[in-house]
Design a protein around this ligand. Structure first.
Ligand code: MSP
Length: 628
C-alpha cells in the first residue's frame, strides 16, 4: 500500500524559519526511509493562506492579501525546492480544487447532521487562529498557547458537533494505542477528550479572507474557520469532493507530522471531521517539539528567528539536516545553537564519517590501486557480528520515530570501522607482507560504509549517494547487504573530494556579523523604545528550562517592579546578579515564556560564539533612568 505523509501546511504570515524546515525535513526523512525499504510514499506539503492573521499581515505590508499570500507561498516552495525536499504535492488553500473540496466537506457534514447554527461567545487568539473560553485564558486575557493577548468575540456562528464524537475518539485511541507518538502526548490528548469536548465553532464573520459557505446554505455572512479549511488540505489535492484528481486511496495509510502546538487540532478535530465524513482515519500522528533560541521562543518581534536558508548556506544543507535530527530526541524541545551544530559536524560528520571514507580511499589507492577484494573475513568475525546486531536494531528506532537514536546507533558502526583500522594498523601489516589481511580489512570497512550509506539515505540523501558512488554500490544492494546481512567481496573505488570539510571559525563569525545587521530605522522609531535602568532584586531559574532566569527588577517609584524572563541562565548564577543595575526595554508587549509572564526584555550583548553578557550601569544611577 502507498504510504502518505504530510507536513503541516504553513501560514503565510511570515517567511519560513528553522521550525518549518525541521518538520519538513522530518517528513522528507520519513518518505526516503520508506523508499529505501521499497515502499511507495507520497509527501504533501503546502501553505495555509486564509484567516484573519494573514489578512492583517498583508494590510501591514500594504499589499493585497492574495499578492502577499502568493509571495510567501512561493518562498516556501522555493525553499523546499532548494533543499531538495521530495514532495509530491504542494497544496495552497487558495487553490480552486481546495475551495471545491472544502465546500463539499461542509455540505457533507451539514447533511450528516453535524453542523448547526448558533452563537459563539468567548475569546479568539488571532495568532493561533483558535477559540478559547474565559476559563482557558491566562490572566483573563492571554492565549494559553502563545501568550499573546486575545480578542473578545461574540458572533453568530456555525458549529460542528464535536461533542458527539467524544466516545468514538476515546474508543479509537483505545483500539489503536500507538497512533500518537511520543506516547506521553497521547495521554495528554486522552485527558483533554475525557475532560469533555464542546462543539466547535467552524465559521467566522466580520472579515472576508476565507472560503465562503456552500451555496445551498445561502448565507454569505460567514466564512469557513481557517482550521477546518486547513485540515482538509490533506485530502483536497487527492480529489476529495473533486473526482478528477482521484488519488483518495493514498489516504488509507496516512502519517501526519506536526509540532506539539498543533497536536490537538490533528488528534481531536481532524479525526472527528473524518469520522463525520466517513473517511479513513490517520494511521500515525507524530508530534515533535519546538526549537528555541537561548531557551526562549523564536519570534520575529524579538528578532531571534533562525533562517534555515542562511544556516544551510553557511554550514551545509546536510550538516543542518544531520544536526536537526541528531541533536534532539523526537518530541522534545531543543535549543538551536550554532556552536553545537559546528561541534557535531566537525566531530561526527568530518572526523568519524568523512575521515573514514578518506582513509579507505587513501589506503585503497595506495595499496591496491582502488580495487579491493576478499572473501575470507575470519579474523574480523567479532566486528562483523557487532555491526550486524547494530544494523538489525535500527528499524525499531525509525519505526518508533526515534531518529536521533537511529543515528546514534548507526554511528557506532562507523566507529567500529575506524577503531578496527587503528587496532589492526594496515600500514604495519603491509610492512609484514600481510597483503591479504589488509585487503580484507579494507573490504570490511568498505562494507560498513556501503551499509551505512544506504541507511543514511533518509537523513543525508546527497552525501549518502556520494559515498555509494565512491564505493560503486547503489540501492539495488539493499536486500543483499542490509536485509540479508551479507558482505560484498569486491569494490572498485572512485576517489571523491572530502565529504564534510571541517567548519572553520572565521566563516562562522563573518556570517554571524552579516546576519545580525538589522534594517535601518529612523529616530522616531528608535524613540518608541523605552529603555530604563533597573535593579535586579531577585533572580530564579525556571523549572524545566536550562537557559531561562526569571528576574524581579525594581525600576524605581514611578514604574515599580517588573518581572522579566531572560535567556541568561547559562552565563550567570542567579545569586551572582542580585543587586546588578541592568538595562531593560520596558514597553515591550508582555508575553509568556515557558508559561511565565515576562514584562520586558533585559539587554545583553551576544558575541560570535553565542555568549551573552548583561548590559549594566556602573555609576549609582537613579532607578528608572532613561537610556537613549
Ligand atoms: N497553519 C497551521 C498548520 C495547519 S496544518 C493543517 C500552522 N502553521 S505554522 O506555520 O504556524 O506552523 C507550522 C508548523 O511549524 C507547526 O507544526 C509548528 O509546530 C512548527 N513550528 C513553528 N515554530 C516552531 C519552532 N520554533 N520549532 C519547531 N517547530 C515549530 O500551525
Amino acid at each position: 500500500m502507498t504510504k502518505y505523509v504530510t507536513t503541516p501546511i504553513y501560514y503565510v504570515n511570515d517567511v519560513p524559519h528553522i521550525g518549518h524546515a525541521y518538520t519538513t525535513i522530518l517528513c522528507d526523512m520519513f518518505k526516503r526511509y520508506q523508499v529505501l525499504k521499497g515502499n511507495e510514499c507520497v509527501l504533501l506539503t503546502g501553505t495555509d493562506e486564509h484567516g484573519q492573521k494573514i489578512e492583517n499581515s498583508a494590510k501591514l505590508k500594504q499589499k493585497s492579501t492574495q499578492e502577499y499570500a502568493d509571495e510567501i507561498s512561493f518562498k516556501f516552495q522555493n525553499l523546499w525546492n532548494n533543499f531538495g525536499i521530495a514532495y509530491d504535492y504542494f497544496v495552497r488553500t487558495t487553490d480552486k480544487y481546495h475551495d471545491i473540496g472544502v465546500k463539499y466537506a461542509f455540505e457533507e457534514m451539514y447533511r450528516n447532521g453535524d453542523i448547526y447554527k448558533g452563537h459563539y461567545e468567548g475569546n479568539y487568539c488571532i495568532s493561533c487562529e483558535t477559540f478559547f473560553t474565559k476559563r482557558q485564558l491566562v490572566d483573563e486575557f492571554f492565549c494559553p498557547d502563545c501568550g499573546k493577548e486575545t480578542t473578545p468575540l461574540k458572533e453568530e456562528s456555525y458549529f460542528f458537533r464535536l461533542s458527539k464524537y467524544e466516545n468514538k475518539l476515546l474508543e479509537w485511541y483505545k483500539e489503536n494505542p500507538n497512533i500518537i507518538l511520543p506516547l506521553h502526548k497521547k495521554n495528554e490528548i486522552i485527558k483533554f477528550i475525557e475532560g469533555g469536548l464542546s462543539d466547535l465553532s467552524i465559521t467566522r464573520s466580520g472579515f472576508k479572507w476565507g472560503i465562503s459557505l456552500p451555496p445551498f446554505v445561502n448565507d454569505d455572512k460567514h466564512i469557513i474557520y481557517v482550521w477546518l479549511d486547513a485540515l482538509l488540505s490533506y485530502i483536497t489535492p487527492l480529489g476529495f469532493g473533486n473526482d478528477n484528481l482521484n488519488k483518495m486511496y493514498f489516504f488509507n495509510d496516512a502519517t501526519h507530522f506536526v509540532g506539539k502546538d498543533i497536536l490537538r487540532f490533528h488528534a481531536i478535530y481532524w479525526p472527528a471531521f473524518l469520522m463525520s465524513l466517513n473517511l479513513p482515519l490517520p494511521k500515525k500522528i507524530y508530534a515533535h517539539g519546538w526549537w528555541t533560541r537561548d531557551g526562549a521562543k523564536m519570534s520575529k518581534s524579538v528578532g531571534n528567528v533562525i533562517n534555515p536558508e542562511e544556516i544551510a548556506n553557511t554550514y551545509g544543507l546536510e550538516n543542518m539536516r544531520y544536526f536537526l535530527i541528531r541533536e534532539v530526541p523526537f518530541g522534545q524541545d531543543g535549543d538551536f545553537s550554532r556552536k553545537a551544530l559546528i561541534e557535531r559536524s566537525n566531530s561526527e560528520l568530518s572526523d568519524t564519517l568523512g575521515n573514514l571514507l578518506s582513509r579507505l580511499l587513501g589506503m585503497g589507492e595506495k595499496y591496491f590501486n582502488l580495487t579491493i577484494e576478499s572473501n575470507n573475513f575470519d579474523y574480523l568475525k567479532n566486528e562483523i557480528d557487532e555491526v550486524a546486531i547494530i544494523i538489525e536494531s535500527l528499524e525499531y528506532y525509525m519505526e518508533n520515530m526515534m531518529p536521533n537514536r537511529y543515528l546514534e546507533e548507526l554511528w557506532k558502526i562507523f566507529n567500529i570501522a575506524n577503531l578496527s583500522i587503528t587496532k589492526y594498523a594496515p600500514w604495519d601489516m603491509m610492512k609484514e607482507q600481510k597483503v591479504d589481511d589488509v585487503a580484507t580489512l579494507l573490504v570490511f570497512v568498505a562494507n560498513i560504509l556501503a551499509k551505512g550509506s544506504l541507511l543514511l539515505y533518509p537523513i543525508l540523501p546527497n552525501s549518502s549517494k556520494e559515498i555509494m558512488k565512491s564505493l560503486g554500490v547503489d540501492f539495488s544492494h539493499y536486500n543483499k547487504i542490509i536485509l540479508d546481512n551479507e558482505l560484498i567481496n569486491t569494490f572498485k573505488l572512485t576517489k571523491i573530494p572530502p565529504l564534510f570539510p571541517k567548519i572553520e571559525k572565521p566563516a562562522i563569525e563573518t556570517n554571524i556579523n552579516k546576519i545580525n545587521l538589522k534594517d535601518e530605522i529612523n529616530i522616531k522609531q528608535f524613540d518608541k523604545i523605552d529603555i530604563r535602568v533597573g535593579k535586579i532584586l531577585e533572580a530564579k531559574r525556571i523549572e524545566k528550562s536550562n537557559n531561562l532566569l526569571v528576574l524581579n527588577i525594581d525600576f524605581g517609584e514611578s514604574i515599580g517592579t517588573r518581572q522579566i524572563v531572560s535567556g541568561i541562565a547559562n552565563f550567570y548564577k542567579p545569586e551572582n546578579i542580585n543587586g546588578v543595575l541592568a538595562c531593560a526595554i520596558i514597553n515591550l508587549k508582555p508575553s509568556k515564556i515557558m508559561g511565565v509572564l515576562s514584562q520586558g526584555m533585559i539587554l545583553t550583548t551576544e558575541d560570535s560564539k553565542g555568549n551573552l553578557s548583561l548590559l549594566s550601569v556602573y555609576s549609582n544611577t537613579e532607578l528608572g533612568s532613561k537610556i537613549g
